[in-house]
Design a protein around this ligand. Sequence first.
Ligand SMILES: [Cu+2]
Length: 107
Amino acid sequence: MVRVQFAALCGAFVFASGGGAFAADHVVTMKGAAHSPEMVTAAVGDTVRFVNDDDQNHAVFVPTAGFALDLGKQEPGQEKSYVLGKAGTFTVECVFHSNMMTTVEVK
Ligand SMILES: [Cu+2]
């Protein structure tokens, strides 16, 4: 019960710091050496959560100019988050599997 209340307080803080907008969570999973979904439409301030629910290592890497990002290797069961800081469209790749790709459009 204490944990639930704590999470609620944290959520309220995020909303307050986002200039009144409600920040959303977008989950991208990595099962079967494939990203799902392959297209994410989000808003500035939203969070993308990359979840490796596969049985092998993956990685989050963004080569798009202006959005370059390297969250590094993710082992099975690991999760990493990224807060979207500005509008635009970028591609998320996995350095180990060239066919793994998600396009993120930030409005
Ligand atoms: Cu991969």
